[in-house]
Design a protein around this ligand. Structure first.
Ligand code: ACO
Length: 150
C-alpha cells in the first residue's frame, strides 16, 4: 500500500491489464511496437515469478483503465556483500492525469519496494526536462549517462 489520490490504485501488473490498456499508456513514453496478448501475459507472468522485475501500474478505478506504469529492476551484485541495486525504468502517467501527484506516488512505491528488497541504492536515467520531477521524488543528480545504441 502507498499514498495515492482517491479513486486510484497502485499494484503489480497482471495479465488482465492488457485489456485495461496498459500498452496504450506506455505508448505515451516510447514506441511500444507490436506486443500480442500472449507476449504480454508471458512477460507479466515471468516478471511476477522472477522477483527481479516488478512492473507497477496505476489503475483509475472508476474507468478500470491503467493510467500509469513504472518498472523496478533489481540487479543482484557481488559488491557491498552481495547487495542489490534497483533500477527504475519506463515511468509514465497518462497525460490526462498528470500533475496530481500520481507519478510521485509511483516512484515512491518503487523506491519503497527496492528498499524492502534490500537494495542499497536506486538509480535511473532521464531527460533533462524530468530532473525536477525526480528531485521532487527525493532523488539527486549523480554522474553522467553513457550508452551504445544498436
Ligand atoms: N518539471 C518540473 N516539475 C515537475 C515536472 C516537470 N516536467 N513534472 C512534475 N513536476 C513536479 C510536480 O509539479 C510535482 O511537484 P509538487 O510535489 O511540488 O506538487 C512533482 O513534480 C510530482 O509530480 P506528479 O504530479 O507526481 O507528476 P506526474 O503524475 O505529472 O508524472 C511524469 C510525471 C511521469 C514525468 C509525467 O509527466 C509523464 O508521464 N511524462 C511523459 C513520460 C516521461 O517523460 N517519463 C519519464 C521517463 S524517465 C524514466 O522512465 C526513468
Amino acid at each position: 500500500t502507498c499514498d495515492i489520490a482517491e479513486g486510484f490504485e497502485i499494484r503489480q501488473a497482471v495479465p488482465r491489464d492488457y485489456y485495461k490498456k496498459h500498452l496504450e499508456v506506455l505508448a505515451q513514453l516510447t514506441d511500444v511496437g507490436i506486443v500480442s496478448h500472449k507476449q504480454y501475459v508471458n512477460f507479466v507472468t515471468f516478471a511476477t515469478l522472477s522477483q527481479n522485475t516488478y512492473v507497477a501500474v496505476i489503475e483509475h478505478l472508476p474507468s478500470k483503465k491503467i493510467i500509469g506504469s513504472a518498472t523496478l529492476f533489481v540487479e543482484k551484485k557481488l559488491i557491498h556483500s552481495c547487495s542489490s541495486c534497483g533500477h527504475i525504468e519506463d515511468v509514465v502517467v497518462d497525460s490526462t492525469y498528470r500533475g496530481k501527484g500520481l507519478g510521485k506516488s509511483l516512484v515512491h512505491h518503487l523506491v519503497g519496494k527496492a528498499r524492502l528488497l534490500g537494495c542499497y541504492k536506486v538509480i535511473l536515467d532521464c531527460a533533462e526536462k524530468n530532473v525536477k520531477f525526480y528531485e521532487k521524488c527525493g532523488m539527486k543528480q549523480k554522474e553522467k549517462k553513457m550508452e551504445v545504441r544498436f
